[in-house]
Design a protein around this ligand. Structure first.
Ligand code: GTP
Ligand code: SPV
Ligand code: MN
Length: 587
């Protein structure tokens, strides 16, 4: 039985059903009975493997097809009316042509299968930030993951009512063909179609497809921002909590920073960090002129490898119940999971992410480098009490950051909002396993949105500049880099919990509580102002980490000019002016 009487929803579903021709239609109501039945069916059909229910209650393991392990940027399309509106960083196809292709590919796509209809909300149901969508899928794995990552079911249909402003989504697994994947967005009619994949970032449509690519378009039209950002609160010993949001590219440390545990010298004094979100932030100007952020998601789709009780205990604890693991290794000794970097002792015997027998001497990875956990946010020990606040949290600082072995210093601050937009626009980072393709290649990734901006990147920069004018009390904008390496390629900065030392400086700057050094690229800390207490790192090493090599930066400026040239005369004048200033400062 349909869960809604909304005519626009029902007529769109009729159209999709006529095309895909499922044997059966199941509305996902969000009830525990229905979800339990689906989990059982998934186990019976071999889609999920039930893990040790004493050690990992409610936890399951799933393996994707070996060719379906990451986002596919080459196969991701923005199908707006005009090609120039998608810009040079997106793949575009004419919407009519794409719809025709989809109709051919999806004709009978659900034959012999079940069409699950998932009503879902991005943002707390009923919040002024919230947006509602429906995903049609033939994958129980998607249903069960969407239940963790978003708020689903009857309450969403009730909140939507008769409103026609919902996001339409179709997912067909088809044949998981390596080259034939389509991750398609039609911003003009708020529609998403994912074909030939069953990997999270491609098919959990609430996440990157809706909350970033479609939402970035909505934000531009409606005057708000959809960003690839974590949100965290820093509580000081006085009990005040100050919030920041931070944009780092995929697999560059958002989940880790969002759940950070401060070093002993901080915790003993009463410092705490609270997680509001680990991947996506929707930002709006509040009535008081401040910028407010909500996390539209309901769970974490986090990178498993490297997650340990040492690096990120809060994330690891979050995965100990009601979690779906994807492409990690199965420890056969006790039917639990393992991945590289979980601890120093790999299991003597495991089943690797491809489903093959594995022993440590084989020299291959047991877990895929982009293996992930889907864990309910409510599991997180440091989840902020403001997680469900429908108004969001006020943001005092925005932090950009990338993975750079050289060039980018540990931290610097922009001189103004416009300079901060420039700093975001020139971000560059080494590629990671989160997307298919080469790993470790430096590429420009403005605001960590290169794969997620649903329209022309230069228009997006303009939107940032325009938003700056609307924000009465602008957050200060910073840039960080935890990933500088020494001559042997080792990370110099200890990172993880010790990043608190940099966050402390950032918050002091955001509240004008400390002065700084003016450098060619922006404001930087005096080395003595970064607290190194309890850390095995001397002041000279820190000075090295903060260092700005003018020759490298001249090269960088050249690269930025070339990059901007790709966007032609669309690059906002404010950003070109900032680039001129940077070049002049480096002379
Ligand atoms: P997505 O979910 O893909 O958006 O990734 P993310 O930005 O949330 O990255 P995540 O926190 O999962 O970290 C990815 C990888 O970076 C893991 O292997 C971490 O161990 C590593 N990492 C995170 N923070 C730090 C840090 O401060 N220093 C170093 N050296 N590595 C880090
Ligand atoms: C990312 O790649 O930035 C992720 C994982 O957060 S995915 O859902 O695949 O996009
Ligand atoms: Mn991400």
């Amino acid at each position: 039985m349909a869960l809604t009487k909304n005519k626009a929803v029902l007529s769109w579903i009729d159209e999709m059903v006529a095309m895909t021709k499922p044997d059966q239609i199941v509305w996902i109501d969000g009830s525990e009975e229905q979800l339990a039945q689906l989990r059982k069916q998934a186990v019976d059909e071999g889609i999920l493997h039930e893990l040790n229910q004493e050690k990992l209650p409610g936890c399951y393991l799933h393996r994707t097809d070996v060719n379906d392990v990451a986002r596919v940027e080459d196969r991701t399309f923005i199908c707006c009316e005009k090609e120039e509106d998608a810009g040079p960083t997106n793949h575009w196809m004419d919407p009519k042509e794409m719809y025709a292709k989809i109709r051919t590919m999806c004709d009978g796509a659900y034959k012999g299968r079940t069409c699950y209809i998932i009503p879902y909300s991005m943002g707390p149901v009923g919040s002024p930030f919230a947006k509602y969508g429906f995903e049609l899928t033939d994958s129980i794995y998607v249903v069960l993951n969407m239940n963790i990552m978003t708020r689903i079911g009857v309450k969403v249909c009730e909140a939507l009512g008769d409103d026609a402003g919902f996001i339409k989504g179709l997912h067909c697994q088809l044949n998981l063909d390596k080259d034939g994947k389509y991750i398609v967005h039609f911003p003009q009619d708020n529609t998403i179609v994912s074909l030939n994949s069953n990997y999270g970032g491609n098919v959990l449509q609430g996440k990157k497809c809706f909350a970033l690519r479609i939402a970035s378009n909505l934000g531009r039209q409606e005057g708000w921002m959809a960003e690839h950002m974590l949100i965290l609160g820093i509580e000081n010993p006085k009990g005040e909590i100050r919030y920041l949001s931070a944009a780092f590219p995929s697999a560059c440390g958002k989940t880790n920073l969002a759940m950070l545990i401060p070093p002993e010298g901080y915790t003993s004094k009463g410092w705490k960090v609270w997680c509001v979100g680990d991947d996506i932030a929707w930002l709006r100007v509040g009535e008081d002129g401040r910028l407010y952020a909500v996390n539209p998601e309901y769970g974490f789709f986090g990178v498993a490898p490297g997650t340990s009780m040492k690096s990120n205990p809060n994330a690891l604890i979050s995965t100990q119940k009601n979690t779906i693991f994807t492409n990690v290794a199965l420890d056969t000794s006790d039917n639990t999971v393992w991945w590289e970097g979980m601890n120093k002792t790999p299991p003597a015997h495991a089943i690797d992410w491809k489903g093959n027998e594995w022993t440590p001497d084989m020299g291959t990875k047991a877990a895929h480098p982009n293996s992930r956990f889907t864990a309910p946010a409510k599991n997180c020990p440091c989840l902020s009490s403001e997680f469900e606040n429908p108004q969001g949290v006020p943001i005092s600082a925005i932090v950009f950051g990338g993975r750079r072995a050289k060039t980018a210093p540990l931290v610097y601050q922009s001189r103004s909002w416009d300079h901060g937009v420039f700093v975001g626009s020139i971000m560059a980072s080494e590629t990671t396993a989160a997307a298919a393709g080469a790993v470790g290649v430096v590429r420009r990734d403005p605001m960590a949105m290169l794969p997620f901006c649903g329209y022309h990147m230069a228009d997006y920069w303009q939107h940032w500049l325009d938003m700056g004018k609307k924000i009465g009390k602008q957050p200060k904008i910073f840039n960080v880099n935890w990933f500088r390496t020494d001559d042997e390629g080792h990370f110099i900065w200890p990172g993880f919990g010790d990043n608190m030392r940099v966050l402390e400086w950032i918050m002091k700057r955001a509240f004008d509580e400390i002065d700084a050094v003016d450098t060619p690229i922006g404001y930087q800390p005096k080395a003595e102002d970064i607290n190194l207490e309890g850390l095995d790192l001397d002041l000279d090493t820190l000075k090295g980490l903060l260092g700005v090599d003018k020759e490298l930066w001249k090269e960088e400026a050249k690269g930025i000019r070339e990059y901007y040239a790709k966007f032609g005369d669309k690059v906002p004048a404010e950003l070109l002016k900032e680039l001129d200033t940077l070049e002049a400062n480096l002379q």
